[in-house]
Design a protein around this ligand. Structure first.
Ligand SMILES: NC(=O)c1ccc[n+]([C@@H]2O[C@H](COP(=O)([O-])OP(=O)(O)OC[C@H]3O[C@@H](n4cnc5c(N)ncnc54)[C@H](OP(=O)(O)O)[C@@H]3O)[C@@H](O)[C@H]2O)c1
Length: 327
């Protein structure tokens, strides 16, 4: 239930999950180009933990969180094309862990009928990441083979279904047998439990020695180097996250030795900063959900006040699919 007094989780000092506590805030009022939102659902993302811990530098204090959905309650000066009462969702806008917030109007995406606020909050950041990685970083073609690490995770579960719908052969890694079953039921043709098997050896077996066209790796430090051994010559390594730690490349000749490989370390801000790209991606994402190509699995929801528990669960690899916070 939402309380009458607006509340937010403000990080005053970066650190462990305990720094996330809910406190009262003044009712936020939109400035020029902004909207005021009463939030209905908030998405949990690994990037929230990097900002909370200080891995990604932030100036404090800041309201945690990057993804959410809600109803527009007020329009700032100069805002056009949106109205009070519209249901909207957003991603990449710090300040999501709150009952009420203001945000840039140009980053708001209207939620279509038939998509709930909770579903929108569960997919805006993770699903649009899947979108730009599969359609822009490497326009994935039918018949190509990819490896997706943490395939049962928030981004992984959405992306592997989408890649499968695009006609790719999808190999996914997971950390447990329970997650393997989930990944298999959601788009993966082959699933490797990388806590018990050497994933590069298995990928070579599965691909008849050829290797995959693209590796998508949000796990980072623990999987980066072995992932290079999964690629075909001139394949692409997409290192898009650091759940296990930040990747460093000690010696760039590694890439020539392992097959004249390409490596990119993308982030959404450089793909979705144009409103036209944001809306095009969201339209494709909502259509994929509406058609059933992507089933959205919200495995857990936490009250906003329990955001610290949600962070602990995510960092301890206890979650699958999308997790949301309810204000
Ligand atoms: N660059 C971008 O634009 C962008 C956008 C969104 C997300 N990301 C990145 O994508 C990755 C996934 O994000 P997400 O929010 O969807 O999270 P998530 O996949 O739901 O959770 C992370 C998963 O990573 C795996 N993992 C492996 N080693 C881990 C470790 N030492 N600690 C924690 N987890 C570990 C776990 O799955 P297993 O137990 O199956 O190994 C865990 O469930 C993150 O690195 C995130 O930063 C990047």
């Amino acid at each position: 239930m939402m309380s009458a007094q607006p509340q937010a989780i403000i990080v005053h000092k970066t650190g462990g999950p305990d720094v996330l506590t809910l406190e009262p805030i003044e009712p936020p009022r939109p400035g020029p180009g902004q909207v005021g939102l009463r939030q209905t659902a908030i998405g949990l993302n690994f990037v929230d933990t990097y900002q909370r811990s200080g891995l990604y530098p932030m100036s404090t204090p800041f309201v945690a969180g990057n993804e959410g959905a809600g109803v527009i309650t007020a329009l700032g000066e100069g805002v056009e094309g949106l109205a009070v009462g519209d249901r909207v969702a957003y991603q990449g806008q710090v300040g999501a862990y709150a009952t009420h917030r203001v945000a840039a109007a140009e980053r708001m995406v209207p939620i279509p009928d038939g998509i709930s606020d909770q579903t929108a909050a569960a997919i805006m950041l993770k699903g649009l990441t899947a979108y730009y990685l599969l359609f822009m970083t490497w326009p994935l073609a039918a018949g190509e083979t990819i490896l997706w690490h943490a395939a049962a995770g928030g981004t992984g579960l959405l992306a592997t279904q989408w890649a499968k719908a695009l006609g790719a052969t999808v190999i996914g890694t997971v950390g447990s047998e329970e997650k393997a079953a989930l990944a298999r039921a959601h788009g993966c043709d082959h699933v490797i439990n990388y806590s018990t098997e050497d994933f590069a050896t298995r990928v070579r077996d599965i691909t008849g020695g050829r290797g995959v066209d693209v590796v998508y790796d949000g796990v980072g430090k623990a999987t980066f180097e072995r992932s290079l051994d999964c690629l075909r010559p001139r394949g692409l390594m997409v290192s898009f996250g650091n759940a296990s730690g930040v990747v460093t490349i000690p010696d760039i000749t590694l890439l020539s030795r392992k097959g004249s490989l390409y490596v990119t370390r993308p982030t959404g801000a450089h793909y979705l900063n144009q409103r036209s790209d944001l809306l095009a991606g969201a339209a494709k994402l909502f259509a994929a959900v509406a058609s059933g190509a992507i089933a959205v699995e919200i495995s857990r929801s936490f009250p906003l006040a329990d955001a610290a528990d949600a962070h602990r669960a995510l960092e301890n690899r206890e979650t699958t699919g999308s997790v949301i916070l309810i204000p």
